[in-house]
Design a protein around this ligand. Sequence first.
Ligand code: EPU
Length: 431
Amino acid sequence: MDQFVIEGGVPLHGDVRVSGAKNAALPMLAASILAEGPCRFEGMPDLRDIRTMLEILGELGVQAARQQDGSIVTEVVDPSRVRAPYELVKTMRASICVLGPLLGRRRRAEVSFPGGCVIGPRPVDLHLTGLEALGVRVDVGGGYIAADGEDLRGGGELYLGGPFGPTVTGTANVLSAAVLAPGTTVIQSAACEPEVVDLAHFLVAMGARIDGIGSPTLVVRGVERLQGTTWRVIPDRIEAGTLLCAGALTRGDVTVRGCDPGAMTAPLALLERMGVDVERVDEDGLRVRAGARPRPADVVTLPYPGFPTDLQAQFMALLCVADGNSFVTEKIYPERFIHIAELQRMGARIRKEGPTAIVQGVERLSGAPVMASDLRASAALVIAGLAAEGTTTVERVYHIDRGYERIEEKLGALGARIERRNPAREAVGAG
Ligand code: EPU
């Protein structure tokens, strides 16, 4: 298994470009099942999760391949296939995103239940009740969701709010089925995340009729068919936020290019509250400069436009060296705190009280061997390692490879001393 070996304490300097958004790319690739004719996607990041989605699409009779120019082209070649198997779904929860498109276009789906996750329970009940409102019959058995959409129709008013707010991939699923359902569907409490907005615009480019895009009320008027189209995926706001944190944590001077600052209001406001200097450069650049310890701050994760849960761990790493005490409250995944124990290994002082972490800032972190456990927790450990004194070894970086494209190259170009190693392979090579 690969690991990162990081020599910390080097302030990052320079320009770095963000990749396309993983969480927009995945449901959008799944939605290409709906299209008649080929779809071409530009700006798709080269990630393990994207490769998994292409494999799943292959299982579902969609030819999907990356072209020499980096774009991904998909085309349905066998619409009879409707089963997304456990072997693939278990490696990536976002596989559930094929459910809605399969029902929309093929009126049938068998998708393995995605199961648990290290960041806490991740049910799909809202996806299923939303689809049932569209006339889909759902049967759960043998670890699979078997859904029959023969009677798919506009669902009238349906509600997608849950105990922790709207569901992001649930909105994507219901929307992707509703666009081909005869009649009108009004989705109340739809997720407003930019990734859902991008999916909706993509569907409209294919011929779908959707009003209210970006608001919690989506009005969908079903159409008979959707045509393939060309689409450029939005930039990854979570990768951009992670890179800004890396710049601030190492007290460097980093310009993150190719981002959409308008989709990052909450993280940018938080950096400002922490006394970190962030400046807009051109239309799509953000320059972060930090010379001193950040001020402490209180953070609460919330649905968009609130502060994203996918940046909670990275900002916690930054707050670990703040000049005072901070409170980090997780309102989307109350158990998403697996990084606390690893940050503690690096000298962080953090106490967890229910869904809140109390972070007592220390002067500096110190390098240590740590274990990556989920995508964003891993990113937090890497940026903590960049700022820490001494050597940090982050094990199991395959978690990071799921969602950050060429992270060590990008950080290396900013001056970070980070190396990918594989001790097992090196031992074989040496022997
Ligand atoms: N929820 C329910 N019932 C459901 C669905 C969700 O109660 O049927 C609850 C969840 O337990 C959670 C909350 O609602 O407490 C939000 O879950 P949501 O469904 O919105 O999450 P998701 O769609 O499974 C996406 C991202 C996650 C991101 C969340 C929240 C993708 C592929 N994944 O997950 O991204 O954290 O939205 O913004 O878009 C990541 O990239 O690291 C990641 C985990």
